[in-house]
Design a protein around this ligand. Structure first.
Ligand code: C2E
Ligand code: MG
Ligand code: MG
Length: 684
């Protein structure tokens, strides 16, 4: 059995003393004996005693020297030494304490006293050793500083956590370790608590030697001496990086789908809520696309869930790469996905996105040597039209998706039937318009503009016509569509070319005519618009003075500076410019003055019902006099009656355009009225 009794070394040159002490201690301790100082040191080298009883007066090497040597050696300095003094010589006692002895016993020995002193010091030593072991082995970092926060002691855990060796830390102030994560206020608050209550604990970010900052949980305690003066601060801390990471991980898991890593329903709903708040404030259009795979259940059942899982992962990848930054893709569960589109210009974007999704799904999925085809049904809902909150939008999206399913799947449906019809109509129209442009189904009609002084035709507006199958579709329907889809660019170019070529022919026949062609906002933004016009004039041989461009205020407002610049360059080459539909937009005199325009066209809506409609009379009169004062030609649009005509002429309007004289005509008919010299009979 292991002898666990403490080992006590008795050092004395007198046998009687040794015997006496041995008798007292034998029962409770193991004993080592040395008859002189040198022997004692030899013994200690071999067996480290727990306590030494050391005689002072010995030949060769006295007890003081032995003690001095023991205290100088790191390995032995913590062994408590109790001196044995023959007399109670106060000088010896004092010197013994000075050298690091913990106590003394006097000869002749008093057995109980010796026992008590030995026991007390062994217990003390044990306690100290235990504290030291705790300090050394603690997994928490422990930093002991003095009252000026200068580091006195650190345990190994501190080095493990911070990366600094004890030598690098001891002597530094504790704020040596601080990160710049906290402001002064934070530290002020901490010290306020330490000074007031003696302690502080909380989470704090510090910096490691490698520069990395990390969160730690820190408890600081103040230690005071018997007189109440602060002697030390002790900080005990542990690194909570891992815990924090786990917390983050848990948070992430709660908001993401484990299979695909996409945001889950909770996340999606939160995000949608935020977006709705923003959209409400900024008057934005949002869309939620609710997507459900059509035949997934079947594949999952027949191929097994592993293939099903891989397929869902692949689908989420495809959705992500096709939608990219355009929207947020989430997996709501099972084979249901949702997509949020924010800040859309118009509903078209949602249609396009649905198209992209169907496109990305149309490629086969390859698993286990099989090609699978998957399709999706998509329900589309809009904020604000179809719902004001996340829940309603999702519910309505679900319903719309269900309708897409009912109609056979692999398609999309809107929540409102009006929207479904509208989009179907638009898409149909777009396809047809594309074809019409390709197959040259479009025509340009010309509507004469007549001088109200002479009654003669001075120019004409080129108006595009689309004869589709057996009905004529109004440009007010398809021009906005062409504008949205970009078809306006080839269409506009074609109209311009046709009108210029035709006008050149009429001019060749001696008619001094100018043709007015409408320019839409998108055309106006085309970088090479001016080049294109140049080319057309060159190709057709029409001089710039033979061409007038009609633009609306909206065109100019979109990008005022560029617009003024472009218009100035147009005017410089001799083109005429007209402000179309004047009065319907932001029209202000201020704007008009800045633009190099020649003509003002009063919108038909103001010409309607004059002279009986007082308001229109007032507006029309104002526009005419304003136009005149700016030196502009004023043209009245949509003149249908003789009353309107007389009234306009009286106000000093320069030209009229309208059914009263002629509707827009095909070029052949226009040629005929030119030949016939048709003119307006002016009634004075
Ligand atoms: P707008 O430039 O203001 O053209 C005048 C419109 O008023 C034409 O309609 C014309 O047919 C109509 N109109 C003329 N006189 C009368 C009348 O006495 N009574 C009534 N009720 N209507 C009259 P349209 O041809 O349907 O064109 C509508 C709009 O479509 C045009 O308005 C113009 O903004 C646009 N548009 C037409 N052709 C083109 C084109 O080739 N390119 C571009 N960018 N836009 C065009
Ligand atoms: Mg016009
Ligand atoms: Mg107009």
């Amino acid at each position: 059995m292991l002898d666990t009794k403490p080992l006590i070394l008795i050092v004395d040159d007198t046998l009687t003393n040794i015997d006496l002490l041995s008798d007292v201690l034998r029962e409770d301790y193991r004993l080592g004996i040395a008859m002189n100082g040198v022997k004692a040191l030899e013994f200690i080298k071999k067996n480290l005693p727990d306590l030494i009883l050391l005689d002072i007066m010995m030949p060769e090497m006295d007890g003081f020297e032995v003690c001095r040597r023991l205290k100088a050696d790191h390995a032995t300095r913590d062994i408590p030494v109790i001196f044995i003094t023959a007399m109670s010589d106060k000088n010896h006692v004092a010197r013994g304490f000075e050298l690091g002895g913990v106590d003394y016993v006097t000869k002749p020995f008093h057995a109980l006293e010796v026992k008590a002193r030995v026991k007390t010091h062994l217990l003390l030593k044990n306690q100290l050793a235990m504290s030291a072991r705790i300090f050394e082995s603690s997994l928490d970092g422990i930093i002991v500083s003095d009252s000026d926060t200068i580091i006195q002691m650190v345990n190994p855990a501190v080095s493990l956590i911070t990366g600094y060796s004890p030598a690098e830390l001891i002597g530094q102030k504790t704020n040596f370790l601080k990160s710049n994560r906290h402001d002064n206020k934070f530290y002020q608050k901490m010290w306020k608590s330490i000074n007031k209550t003696g302690r502080w604990s909380g989470e704090i970010w510090n910096r490691r030697k490698n520069g990395e900052i990390y969160p730690q949980w820190l408890a600081i305690n103040t230690f005071r001496d018997l007189w109440g003066r602060v002697t030390n601060y002790v900080g005990v801390f542990h690194d909570v990086t891992v815990i924090k990471r786990q917390e983050d991980e848990l948070k992430y898991q709660a908001r993401h789908d484990a299979l695909t890593s996409l945001p889950n329903r909770v996340f999606f709903q939160d995000r949608l809520q935020d977006s709705l708040t923003y959209a409400r404030r900024h008057d934005e259009l949002l869309a939620v696309l609710f997507l459900d795979l059509d035949n997934f259940k079947h594949i999952n059942d027949s191929m097994g869930p592993t293939t099903g899982d891989s397929m869902l992962q692949e689908i989420s990848q495809r959705l992500l790469s096709s939608i990219g930054k355009r929207g947020i893709v989430a997996r709501l569960g099972g084979d249901e996905f949702a997509i949020l589109l924010e800040d859309m210009k118009n509903e078209e974007t949602a249609v396009k996105t649905a198209g992209l999704i169907h496109e990305t799904m149309s490629h086969p999925f390859h698993f286990k040597d099989h090609d699978f085809f998957l399709t999706a049904s998509i329900g589309i809902t809009f904020f604000p039209n179809d719902g004001d909150d996340a829940e309603t939008l999702l519910k309505n999206g679900d319903m719309a998706m269900f309708r897409a399913k009912e109609s056979g799947g692999n398609s999309y449906r809107f929540f409102t039937s009006a929207m479904n019809k509208e989009v179907a109509r638009r898409l149909n129209l777009e396809a047809n318009l594309r074809r019409a442009i390709e197959q040259e189904e479009l025509r340009v009609y010309y509507q004469p503009k007549v001088d109200l002084q002479t009654g003669k035709i001075v120019s004409m507006e080129a108006l595009v016509r689309w004869q589709s199958e057996n009905n004529i579709i109004s440009p007010s329907v398809f021009i906005p569509l062409a504008e949205k889809t970009g078809l306006i660019i080839p269409l506009g170019k074609w109209v311009l070319h046709t009108a210029a070529a035709q006008t050149r022919k009429w001019r060749d026949k001696g008619h001094d005519l100018r043709v007015a062609v409408n320019l839409s906002p998108r055309q106006f933004q085309e970088e090479n618009l001016l080049e294109m016009i140049h080319e057309i004039l060159e190709e057709t041989g029409l001089p710039p003075q033979g061409l007038e461009l009609e633009i609306t205020e909206g065109v100019v407002m979109a990008n005022e500076e560029n617009a003024i610049d472009l218009m100035t360059r147009m005017a410089e080459i001799g083109l005429f410019l007209a402000m179309d539909d004047f009065g319907t937009g932001y029209s202000s005199l201020y704007y008009l003055k800045q633009f190099p325009i020649n003509t003002l066209k009063i919108d038909k809506s103001f010409v309607d019902n004059i002279p009986s409609d007082d308001e229109n009379v007032a507006i029309t009169s104002a526009i005419i006099s304003m136009g005149k004062s700016l030196g502009l030609e004023v043209v009245a649009e949509g003149v249908e009656t003789v009353e309107q005509l007389i009234f306009l002429k009286d106000l000093g309007c320069d030209e009229m355009q309208g059914y009263y004289f002629s509707p827009p005509l095909p070029s052949a008919d226009f040629s005929r009225i030119l030949r016939e010299n048709k003119s307006l009979s002016i009634i004075d």
